[in-house]
Design a protein. Structure first.
Length: 319
């Protein structure tokens, strides 16, 4: 009578290690592809956000025959009933406490103390937020407008403002009135062109003023930020939508990719400049409504030429 040898059931340790190694290699090969697909989707979403903003700006112009301003900067007297205060350390611009205006639903475009992003809320199907405004009972300032956030940054929306900035030492924030319901604010990853959208004034920008061509003039773009400040709720160069300051406008000519500033300098690389978390370039919507990416490190003279609306400059190479 013959006997048959029994085969072993299961894997040996060496076979198991080989399988695990193969799986690890496959994951390592797939991960960059997955990340590229995710970033492509994020960039497309960001492009769509800017297209919606461009359409909203045009609808504002069609309604009021002017583009919005970026509201009221450091307020003088008499002070309104509601405003926000940012105080810098000694030696910096707001060491004495800067008082920024907030959106007022009954103000006309020349009077508006809120930013451009507040002014176009009705054209982004957010009319209720604009009308509720900074009423502590309705808290319109805390509306989570998805259109104002780039998914590549993955920031929280809205954000609660701290008393003291956790990143930039010596900067404090306050609201008037000091109501606990006024601590959460809608933010924006996009800033207007500070040359085109100045503070409130009588001579608001009209389409006919853009003599350099609407396709050659930046309206709104992604703003540079330090990732350390993404979700702190702080207002330093990141003031909320309902306010108007460096957080809602940019007037620099530098385009940089988001990065951590190890010095945590109060006016570091992000201050006043453009930028994004995307690889390669930040995105901008122009006055004709088209969206384009401008590469990091683009010549500053070219960026300035794209920001002026009546400078008659020759636009340099954008590649």
């Amino acid at each position: 009578m013959t006997t048959q040898s029994k085969g072993h059931a299961g894997f040996t340790l060496i076979e198991l290690l080989v399988v695990i190694g193969i799986i690890g290699v496959l994951i390592a090969l797939l991960l960059p592809a997955v990340q590229k697909v995710r970033e492509a989707a994020n960039r497309m979403s960001c492009t769509n956000n800017l297209k919606q903003i461009g359409i909203a700006l045009l609808n504002h112009h069609m309604t009021y025959r002017v583009y919005p301003t970026n509201g009221a900067g450091n307020l003088g007297t008499p002070l309104p009933a509601v405003y926000i205060i940012k105080t810098d350390p000694p030696g910096f611009g707001c060491a004495g406490g800067c008082r920024w205006g907030v959106g007022q639903p009954n103000f006309t475009p020349p009077q508006q103390t809120g930013s451009w992003a507040y002014a176009i809320l009705p054209f982004l199907e957010q009319e209720a937020a604009r009308n509720n405004g900074t009423n502590p009972q309705t808290q319109g300032q805390a509306v989570p407008v998805k259109t104002y956030m780039c998914p590549s940054r993955g920031r929280q929306q809205p954000q609660r403002v701290p008393d003291a900035d956790p990143v930039y030492t010596g900067i404090t924030y306050a609201t008037v009135p000091a109501d606990t319901n006024m601590r959460t604010w809608c933010k924006t990853d996009y800033a207007c062109n500070g040359l085109a959208f100045g503070g409130r004034r009588a001579d608001l920008l009209k389409l006919s003023d853009i003599t350099d061509g609407t396709a050659n003039t930046i309206a709104v773009g992604e703003k540079a930020m330090d990732p350390q400040a993404y979700n702190t709720g702080g207002w330093h160069w990141d003031e909320p939508v309902f306010s108007s300051a460096g957080g809602t406008a940019r007037s620099g000519n530098i385009i940089v990719q988001d990065r951590v500033d190890p010095t945590r300098a109060i006016n570091g690389f992000f201050a006043g400049n453009w930028g994004a978390a995307h690889p390669g370039s930040a995105q901008f919507v122009f006055f004709d409504g088209h969206v384009a990416g401008l590469r990091y490190g683009l010549d500053e003279r070219t960026v300035e030429a794209l920001r002026t609306y009546n400078g008659r400059e020759i636009i340099g190479n954008l590649d």
